[in-house]
Ligand binder design. Structure first.
Ligand code: ASP
Length: 310
């Protein structure tokens, strides 16, 4: 019988991996287990980049993005820019199961959530509000100075690249099927409306029982640019192992940055093949750690960095 395996991004992914492994050991399907793991992180207010308690966008709104994919059927669902819903990954799964579509966004995704019985909730914690106000001191004032309108948002000031991190959970169940979930609040202080890689099937996540599963974290623009997770899965389909597939994706990110004459952004990939082997790699100075759960225990691993000249 295939051994259950889970791989999840970042040290906080340990809770996701533990949670998912327990369910896999009981015989739960890969997607159910990955979703329960991801949801444990969405519910943790100390994780400031996934679910409740995350850092809001530039105008102080917290919007969440998520997607799910089932490796057996290639069924997938996604939501982006969703406010006031605690569990966007579960909502993405409803999109997969209850609609003929794959991707719902913004207000309409919220209406769909309400129709599906999801409660509206207040997602802002005092810590997240305090940190947001520290980054946006002008907005602390009730009224702008001299009653002048507040300065309009500009497109040029970059988001804080350090306040981000997504939980991506990939699982293999006792039947050998693969499932994956990706959920995030995206980049902190992002421009309103900005959507990263995380809810985009093929960028933040791709899962196919016949080839493998892959997920991403890091600066989403660079992951979308190379179609990151699908790229990793297609490398595995072509015979590469999960480790080499992730390293090749990082090389692709580096090459894309080189073509624009910029230093590669922080990006990381994780992968799980149909036999249960795992791999991970990140771009230089990303210092990416991930959790692997199998055989009743979960270990934190350090990903191999792929420098721009590799
Ligand atoms: N990939 C996410 C995004 O760009 C952020 C992250 O994983 O750090 O929205």
């Amino acid at each position: 019988m295939p051994e259950p395996v889970v791989i999840a991004t970042w040290p906080f992914g340990k809770l996701a991996a533990d949670t998912a492994l327990q369910l896999l050991a009981k015989g739960d399907p890969a997607l159910d287990a990955a979703l329960a793991g991801a949801q444990a992180i969405e519910d943790d207010p100390t994780v400031r980049s996934v679910g409740f308690g995350s850092l809001p966008d530039r105008i102080g709104r917290l919007t969440l993005d998520a997607c799910v994919m089932d490796g057996k059927t290639l069924g997938c669902g996604a939501v982006a820019g969703v406010e006031h819903i605690r569990h966007p990954a579960a909502l993405a799964r409803r999109v997969m199961e209850k609609t003929p579509h794959i991707f719902l966004v913004g207000e309409a995704a919220k209406w769909f959530a309400l129709q599906q019985g999801f409660p509206l909730e207040f997602p802002y914690t005092p810590e997240a509000i305090r940190e947001w106000l520290d980054k946006h001191p002008d907005r602390k004032k009730e009224k702008p100075a001299d009653d002048k309108p507040a300065a309009p948002l500009t497109y040029d000031s970059p988001v804080d690249e350090h306040n981000h991190d997504t939980v991506t959970v990939l699982a293999r169940d006792l039947k050998g099927h693969l499932g994956g979930v990706c959920t995030t609040s995206g980049l902190a202080h992002k421009l309103p409306g900005r959507v990263g890689d995380s809810p985009i099937i093929g960028a933040g996540l791709y899962v196919d029982d016949l080839a493998g599963a892959a997920g991403a974290t890091g600066v989403g623009e660079e992951i979308i640019r190379i179609g990151g997770s699908l790229f990793v899965v297609e490398q595995m389909r072509g015979g590469k192992g999960p480790q080499e597939a992730c390293e090749l994706a990082c090389k692709r990110v580096n090459a894309a940055a080189g073509r624009r004459g910029v230093h590669p952004a922080a990006v990381a990939f994780i992968a799980l093949d149909p036999k249960g082997a795992v791999g991970s790699a990140c771009t230089a100075r990303t210092n990416f750690k991930y959790a692997v759960a199998r055989g009743g225990k979960t270990e934190l691993m350090q990903a191999k960095e792929v420098p721009p000249d590799a």
